[in-house]
Design a protein around this ligand. Structure first.
Ligand SMILES: Cc1cc2nc3c(=O)[nH]c(=O)nc-3n(C[C@H](O)[C@H](O)[C@H](O)COP(=O)(O)OP(=O)(O)OC[C@H]3O[C@@H](n4cnc5c(N)ncnc54)[C@H](O)[C@@H]3O)c2cc1C
Length: 315
Protein backbone atom coordinates (compact mmCIF):
# COMPACT_ATOMS: atom_id res chain seq x y z
CA UNK A 1 0.00 0.00 0.00
CA UNK A 2 1.29 3.54 -0.86
CA UNK A 3 2.43 5.69 2.10
CA UNK A 4 0.02 8.48 3.16
CA UNK A 5 0.97 12.07 2.24
CA UNK A 6 1.49 14.31 5.30
CA UNK A 7 -1.88 15.98 4.62
CA UNK A 8 -3.72 12.67 4.33
CA UNK A 9 -2.01 11.55 7.51
CA UNK A 10 -3.22 14.70 9.32
CA UNK A 11 -6.78 14.37 8.02
CA UNK A 12 -6.88 10.85 9.39
CA UNK A 13 -6.18 12.19 12.91
CA UNK A 14 -8.00 15.49 12.91
CA UNK A 15 -11.69 16.46 12.58
CA UNK A 16 -11.60 20.19 11.73
CA UNK A 17 -11.46 22.19 8.48
CA UNK A 18 -8.34 21.52 6.40
CA UNK A 19 -7.77 23.17 3.02
CA UNK A 20 -4.82 23.42 0.66
CA UNK A 21 -3.83 26.61 -1.19
CA UNK A 22 -6.57 28.60 0.53
CA UNK A 23 -6.78 32.32 -0.45
CA UNK A 24 -6.35 34.38 2.72
CA UNK A 25 -8.57 37.06 1.13
CA UNK A 26 -11.43 34.77 2.28
CA UNK A 27 -10.29 34.99 5.90
CA UNK A 28 -9.43 38.66 6.39
CA UNK A 29 -11.79 41.62 6.76
CA UNK A 30 -9.56 43.56 4.32
CA UNK A 31 -10.50 40.85 1.76
CA UNK A 32 -6.98 40.78 0.35
CA UNK A 33 -4.09 38.33 0.63
CA UNK A 34 -2.62 35.47 -1.36
CA UNK A 35 -3.02 31.77 -0.48
CA UNK A 36 -1.52 29.91 2.45
CA UNK A 37 -0.14 26.42 1.80
CA UNK A 38 -2.52 24.90 4.35
CA UNK A 39 -5.49 26.42 6.17
CA UNK A 40 -6.87 24.80 9.32
CA UNK A 41 -9.83 25.58 11.53
CA UNK A 42 -9.74 23.06 14.37
CA UNK A 43 -13.15 22.32 15.84
CA UNK A 44 -11.93 21.61 19.38
CA UNK A 45 -8.95 22.04 21.67
CA UNK A 46 -7.99 18.38 21.09
CA UNK A 47 -8.06 19.00 17.35
CA UNK A 48 -5.85 22.06 17.81
CA UNK A 49 -3.31 20.09 19.86
CA UNK A 50 -3.21 17.29 17.29
CA UNK A 51 -2.71 19.76 14.43
CA UNK A 52 -0.03 21.80 16.21
CA UNK A 53 1.95 18.72 17.25
CA UNK A 54 1.71 17.23 13.74
CA UNK A 55 2.64 20.41 11.85
CA UNK A 56 5.52 21.15 14.22
CA UNK A 57 6.84 17.63 13.71
CA UNK A 58 6.65 18.18 9.95
CA UNK A 59 8.66 21.41 10.35
CA UNK A 60 5.93 23.57 8.75
CA UNK A 61 5.85 27.25 9.78
CA UNK A 62 2.63 28.03 11.72
CA UNK A 63 0.70 31.29 11.71
CA UNK A 64 -2.10 31.49 14.26
CA UNK A 65 -5.00 33.81 13.55
CA UNK A 66 -8.45 34.58 14.88
CA UNK A 67 -10.95 36.26 12.56
CA UNK A 68 -8.38 38.14 10.45
CA UNK A 69 -9.78 41.55 11.43
CA UNK A 70 -6.35 43.02 12.08
CA UNK A 71 -4.44 41.23 9.34
CA UNK A 72 -2.92 42.50 6.12
CA UNK A 73 -1.73 39.43 4.23
CA UNK A 74 0.66 40.20 1.37
CA UNK A 75 -0.27 39.11 -2.15
CA UNK A 76 2.28 36.27 -2.20
CA UNK A 77 0.34 34.49 0.56
CA UNK A 78 1.64 32.71 3.64
CA UNK A 79 4.21 29.94 3.66
CA UNK A 80 3.21 26.92 5.70
CA UNK A 81 0.06 26.48 7.74
CA UNK A 82 -2.43 29.06 8.99
CA UNK A 83 -4.48 27.91 11.98
CA UNK A 84 -7.59 29.91 12.84
CA UNK A 85 -9.04 29.48 16.30
CA UNK A 86 -12.31 31.10 15.23
CA UNK A 87 -14.03 27.70 14.97
CA UNK A 88 -13.31 26.69 18.60
CA UNK A 89 -16.24 28.53 20.09
CA UNK A 90 -16.86 26.77 23.37
CA UNK A 91 -18.69 27.98 26.43
CA UNK A 92 -17.58 30.83 28.66
CA UNK A 93 -17.24 29.73 32.32
CA UNK A 94 -18.40 32.04 35.12
CA UNK A 95 -17.23 32.15 38.72
CA UNK A 96 -18.66 34.63 41.24
CA UNK A 97 -16.97 35.79 44.42
CA UNK A 98 -17.79 38.77 46.69
CA UNK A 99 -18.41 41.60 44.25
CA UNK A 100 -16.17 40.16 41.54
CA UNK A 101 -16.79 37.95 38.54
CA UNK A 102 -14.18 35.80 36.87
CA UNK A 103 -14.82 34.61 33.32
CA UNK A 104 -12.76 31.89 31.64
CA UNK A 105 -13.07 32.62 27.94
CA UNK A 106 -11.84 30.36 25.11
CA UNK A 107 -9.75 32.26 22.53
CA UNK A 108 -12.14 31.46 19.66
CA UNK A 109 -15.09 33.28 21.27
CA UNK A 110 -16.03 36.42 19.34
CA UNK A 111 -15.16 39.57 21.23
CA UNK A 112 -18.62 40.97 20.49
CA UNK A 113 -20.30 37.85 21.89
CA UNK A 114 -18.23 38.26 25.06
CA UNK A 115 -19.12 41.97 25.40
CA UNK A 116 -22.85 41.25 25.03
CA UNK A 117 -22.63 38.25 27.37
CA UNK A 118 -21.10 40.46 30.08
CA UNK A 119 -23.40 43.46 29.64
CA UNK A 120 -26.68 41.52 29.72
CA UNK A 121 -25.59 39.82 32.96
CA UNK A 122 -24.63 43.16 34.52
CA UNK A 123 -20.90 42.36 34.59
CA UNK A 124 -18.89 45.53 34.37
CA UNK A 125 -15.50 46.01 32.69
CA UNK A 126 -15.96 44.98 29.06
CA UNK A 127 -17.92 47.84 27.53
CA UNK A 128 -14.63 49.47 26.46
CA UNK A 129 -14.44 46.74 23.76
CA UNK A 130 -17.94 47.36 22.36
CA UNK A 131 -17.74 47.12 18.57
CA UNK A 132 -14.23 45.63 18.31
CA UNK A 133 -14.58 42.72 15.84
CA UNK A 134 -12.58 39.48 15.88
CA UNK A 135 -11.90 36.83 18.49
CA UNK A 136 -10.82 37.10 22.10
CA UNK A 137 -7.48 35.41 21.22
CA UNK A 138 -6.76 38.13 18.66
CA UNK A 139 -7.89 40.84 21.09
CA UNK A 140 -5.46 39.54 23.72
CA UNK A 141 -2.53 39.14 21.32
CA UNK A 142 -3.14 42.73 20.15
CA UNK A 143 -4.16 44.14 23.55
CA UNK A 144 -7.10 45.52 21.59
CA UNK A 145 -8.92 48.46 23.08
CA UNK A 146 -10.30 51.95 22.80
CA UNK A 147 -9.87 55.22 24.68
CA UNK A 148 -11.90 53.54 27.49
CA UNK A 149 -9.51 50.66 28.17
CA UNK A 150 -7.83 47.59 26.76
CA UNK A 151 -7.89 43.84 27.33
CA UNK A 152 -4.70 43.89 29.40
CA UNK A 153 -6.61 45.82 32.10
CA UNK A 154 -8.85 42.84 32.93
CA UNK A 155 -6.60 39.80 32.38
CA UNK A 156 -5.88 37.60 35.42
CA UNK A 157 -4.07 34.87 33.50
CA UNK A 158 -3.71 33.31 30.04
CA UNK A 159 -3.61 29.63 29.13
CA UNK A 160 -1.14 29.00 26.34
CA UNK A 161 -0.27 26.18 23.99
CA UNK A 162 3.37 25.85 23.03
CA UNK A 163 4.59 24.37 19.75
CA UNK A 164 5.14 20.84 21.11
CA UNK A 165 1.48 20.80 22.19
CA UNK A 166 1.97 21.57 25.92
CA UNK A 167 -0.59 23.70 27.83
CA UNK A 168 0.48 26.11 30.58
CA UNK A 169 -1.01 29.04 32.46
CA UNK A 170 0.78 32.36 32.84
CA UNK A 171 -0.34 34.89 35.48
CA UNK A 172 -0.82 38.58 34.65
CA UNK A 173 2.41 39.62 36.42
CA UNK A 174 4.40 37.79 33.72
CA UNK A 175 2.50 39.49 30.88
CA UNK A 176 3.66 42.81 29.46
CA UNK A 177 0.59 44.59 28.06
CA UNK A 178 1.03 48.05 26.50
CA UNK A 179 -0.69 50.04 23.74
CA UNK A 180 -1.64 47.37 21.10
CA UNK A 181 1.18 45.22 22.44
CA UNK A 182 1.51 42.02 24.45
CA UNK A 183 4.83 40.36 25.26
CA UNK A 184 4.73 36.97 26.93
CA UNK A 185 8.12 36.36 28.54
CA UNK A 186 9.63 38.81 26.04
CA UNK A 187 8.01 37.23 22.96
CA UNK A 188 5.44 39.18 20.88
CA UNK A 189 3.05 38.24 18.07
CA UNK A 190 5.71 39.29 15.55
CA UNK A 191 7.96 36.42 16.74
CA UNK A 192 7.67 32.91 15.31
CA UNK A 193 7.69 31.38 18.82
CA UNK A 194 4.75 33.44 20.17
CA UNK A 195 2.58 30.85 21.94
CA UNK A 196 -1.02 30.15 20.98
CA UNK A 197 -3.43 31.80 23.41
CA UNK A 198 -6.01 29.14 24.18
CA UNK A 199 -8.08 30.91 26.84
CA UNK A 200 -8.06 33.80 29.27
CA UNK A 201 -9.28 34.31 32.79
CA UNK A 202 -10.77 37.81 33.01
CA UNK A 203 -11.73 39.80 36.12
CA UNK A 204 -14.92 41.89 35.98
CA UNK A 205 -17.03 43.80 38.50
CA UNK A 206 -20.76 43.89 39.18
CA UNK A 207 -22.63 46.75 37.53
CA UNK A 208 -26.13 47.82 36.53
CA UNK A 209 -27.43 45.71 33.65
CA UNK A 210 -29.67 48.38 32.09
CA UNK A 211 -26.97 51.05 32.28
CA UNK A 212 -24.39 48.70 30.71
CA UNK A 213 -26.74 47.70 27.89
CA UNK A 214 -27.71 51.29 27.05
CA UNK A 215 -24.05 52.38 27.17
CA UNK A 216 -23.31 49.60 24.67
CA UNK A 217 -25.98 50.86 22.30
CA UNK A 218 -24.64 54.39 22.54
CA UNK A 219 -21.05 53.23 21.87
CA UNK A 220 -22.15 51.15 18.86
CA UNK A 221 -24.06 54.10 17.39
CA UNK A 222 -21.05 56.39 17.92
CA UNK A 223 -18.77 53.88 16.18
CA UNK A 224 -21.16 53.54 13.23
CA UNK A 225 -21.24 57.32 12.78
CA UNK A 226 -17.47 57.83 12.96
CA UNK A 227 -15.94 54.71 11.36
CA UNK A 228 -16.49 53.01 7.97
CA UNK A 229 -17.66 49.78 9.62
CA UNK A 230 -19.34 48.46 6.46
CA UNK A 231 -16.32 48.65 4.14
CA UNK A 232 -13.53 46.04 4.09
CA UNK A 233 -10.66 47.22 6.33
CA UNK A 234 -8.61 46.09 9.30
CA UNK A 235 -9.67 48.96 11.56
CA UNK A 236 -7.18 51.73 12.30
CA UNK A 237 -4.21 51.21 10.03
CA UNK A 238 -1.60 53.09 12.08
CA UNK A 239 -0.99 53.31 15.82
CA UNK A 240 -1.41 56.72 17.37
CA UNK A 241 2.11 58.10 17.79
CA UNK A 242 3.25 58.49 21.42
CA UNK A 243 3.84 62.21 20.85
CA UNK A 244 1.60 64.60 18.93
CA UNK A 245 -1.96 64.27 17.60
CA UNK A 246 -3.67 60.93 16.75
CA UNK A 247 -2.69 59.29 13.45
CA UNK A 248 -6.13 60.02 11.89
CA UNK A 249 -5.77 63.73 12.60
CA UNK A 250 -2.24 63.83 11.10
CA UNK A 251 -3.40 62.02 7.95
CA UNK A 252 -6.54 64.14 7.58
CA UNK A 253 -4.48 67.32 8.07
CA UNK A 254 -2.38 66.37 5.05
CA UNK A 255 -5.48 66.10 2.87
CA UNK A 256 -5.40 62.32 2.41
CA UNK A 257 -9.13 61.64 3.00
CA UNK A 258 -10.49 60.09 -0.20
CA UNK A 259 -6.98 59.43 -1.67
CA UNK A 260 -7.00 56.36 -3.92
CA UNK A 261 -4.32 53.86 -4.91
CA UNK A 262 -5.62 51.11 -7.20
CA UNK A 263 -8.48 49.54 -5.20
CA UNK A 264 -7.39 51.05 -1.86
CA UNK A 265 -8.73 54.30 -0.45
CA UNK A 266 -8.31 56.47 2.62
CA UNK A 267 -11.77 56.54 4.21
CA UNK A 268 -13.62 59.85 3.99
CA UNK A 269 -15.15 59.13 7.41
CA UNK A 270 -11.96 58.35 9.36
CA UNK A 271 -8.56 59.08 7.84
CA UNK A 272 -6.79 56.29 9.78
CA UNK A 273 -8.94 53.67 8.02
CA UNK A 274 -7.63 52.39 4.69
CA UNK A 275 -10.48 50.61 2.95
CA UNK A 276 -10.76 48.17 0.07
CA UNK A 277 -13.17 49.67 -2.44
CA UNK A 278 -13.62 46.40 -4.30
CA UNK A 279 -10.52 45.24 -6.06
CA UNK A 280 -7.57 46.20 -3.86
CA UNK A 281 -4.45 44.11 -3.61
CA UNK A 282 -2.28 44.12 -0.51
CA UNK A 283 0.24 45.92 -2.73
CA UNK A 284 -2.24 48.80 -3.31
CA UNK A 285 -2.87 49.15 0.42
CA UNK A 286 0.84 49.07 1.24
CA UNK A 287 1.65 51.64 -1.45
CA UNK A 288 -1.04 53.98 -0.11
CA UNK A 289 0.22 53.43 3.45
CA UNK A 290 3.78 54.15 2.26
CA UNK A 291 2.68 57.47 0.70
CA UNK A 292 1.03 58.47 3.98
CA UNK A 293 4.05 57.49 6.08
CA UNK A 294 6.40 59.45 3.86
CA UNK A 295 4.31 62.65 3.95
CA UNK A 296 3.77 62.46 7.72
CA UNK A 297 7.52 61.95 8.24
CA UNK A 298 8.44 64.82 5.88
CA UNK A 299 5.88 67.26 7.28
CA UNK A 300 5.85 66.41 11.00
CA UNK A 301 9.03 64.36 11.53
CA UNK A 302 6.82 61.56 12.95
CA UNK A 303 7.38 57.95 11.94
CA UNK A 304 3.96 56.26 11.84
CA UNK A 305 3.90 52.58 12.81
CA UNK A 306 1.36 50.06 11.54
CA UNK A 307 -1.30 48.86 13.97
CA UNK A 308 -2.40 46.22 11.43
CA UNK A 309 -0.38 43.02 11.50
CA UNK A 310 1.46 42.54 8.23
CA UNK A 311 2.14 38.91 7.33
CA UNK A 312 3.11 36.83 4.31
CA UNK A 313 5.47 37.09 1.39
CA UNK A 314 5.75 39.50 -1.53
CA UNK A 315 3.92 38.44 -4.72
C1 LIG B 1 -14.08 47.73 11.51
C2 LIG B 1 -12.97 47.42 12.47
C3 LIG B 1 -12.90 48.11 13.68
C4 LIG B 1 -11.86 47.85 14.59
N1 LIG B 1 -11.82 48.53 15.78
C5 LIG B 1 -10.82 48.28 16.67
C6 LIG B 1 -10.75 49.00 17.91
O1 LIG B 1 -11.57 49.83 18.23
N2 LIG B 1 -9.71 48.71 18.75
C7 LIG B 1 -8.76 47.77 18.45
O2 LIG B 1 -7.86 47.54 19.25
N3 LIG B 1 -8.82 47.07 17.28
C8 LIG B 1 -9.81 47.30 16.40
N4 LIG B 1 -9.86 46.61 15.21
C9 LIG B 1 -8.79 45.64 14.89
C10 LIG B 1 -9.12 44.17 15.28
O3 LIG B 1 -10.49 43.97 15.24
C11 LIG B 1 -8.59 43.79 16.66
O4 LIG B 1 -7.20 43.91 16.72
C12 LIG B 1 -9.02 42.34 17.01
O5 LIG B 1 -8.90 42.16 18.38
C13 LIG B 1 -8.23 41.26 16.25
O6 LIG B 1 -8.84 40.01 16.50
P1 LIG B 1 -8.80 38.81 15.42
O7 LIG B 1 -9.36 37.60 16.05
O8 LIG B 1 -9.45 39.22 14.17
O9 LIG B 1 -7.22 38.67 15.23
P2 LIG B 1 -6.43 38.46 13.86
O10 LIG B 1 -6.57 39.67 13.01
O11 LIG B 1 -6.80 37.16 13.25
O12 LIG B 1 -4.93 38.39 14.41
C14 LIG B 1 -4.32 39.55 14.97
C15 LIG B 1 -2.96 39.14 15.61
O13 LIG B 1 -3.20 38.31 16.73
C16 LIG B 1 -2.56 37.05 16.59
N5 LIG B 1 -3.47 36.05 17.16
C17 LIG B 1 -4.79 35.89 16.86
N6 LIG B 1 -5.32 34.92 17.63
C18 LIG B 1 -4.32 34.44 18.40
C19 LIG B 1 -4.23 33.41 19.39
N7 LIG B 1 -5.30 32.69 19.78
N8 LIG B 1 -3.03 33.18 19.98
C20 LIG B 1 -1.93 33.92 19.62
N9 LIG B 1 -1.96 34.89 18.70
C21 LIG B 1 -3.13 35.16 18.10
C22 LIG B 1 -2.33 36.87 15.10
O14 LIG B 1 -1.22 36.04 14.82
C23 LIG B 1 -2.07 38.32 14.68
O15 LIG B 1 -0.72 38.66 14.95
C24 LIG B 1 -10.88 46.85 14.28
C25 LIG B 1 -10.96 46.15 13.06
C26 LIG B 1 -12.00 46.42 12.17
C27 LIG B 1 -12.08 45.65 10.89
Amino acid sequence: MAALSPIDALSALYQGVLKKEEPMARHTTFKVGGPCDLYLEPGSLDDLRIAVAFLTQQGLPLTVVGDGTNLLVRDGGIEGAVISLAGIDIAIKEEKTDGEIFLTVPAGVKTQHLCRFAAVRGYQGLNFATGIPGTVGGALAMNAGTDRGAFGDIVESLTLLDAPGKLRTVEAVALDFAYRHLAIEGVTRHDADFPIIVSARLRLGLGDRDALVSEREELLARRKASQPVNLPSAGCFFKNPPQGPPAGQLIDGLGFKGAIQGGAKVSELHANYLVNIGSATAGDILTLAGRIKERVKQTHGIQLEEEVTLVGREA
